[in-house]
Unconditional design. Structure first.
Length: 67
């Protein structure tokens, strides 16, 4: 999950430089960042996938403990 993060690290002190960096970013690089960001959200925040992982975890516990 962590390696999939696609963000620009800024602090209150560096926000101006961060914004300039994004505004000056070549269109191809900006679009790549956008695609990676969207993919991250779809992968890690997909409610159907999250529900399936929780269901799988519950099923595994139920089978392991013979409930």
């Amino acid at each position: 999950m962590r390696q999939d993060l696609s963000f620009i690290n800024v602090t209150p002190e560096t926000i101006e430089q961060g914004l300039k960096y994004v505004l000056d970013m070549p269109r191809k690089e900006l679009m790549g960042l956008a695609v990676r960001s969207r993919k991250y959200v779809e992968n890690w925040h997909n409610p159907v996938a999250i529900a399936q992982r929780i269901k799988d975890d519950i099923d595994n516990v139920m089978m392991t403990h013979n409930f």
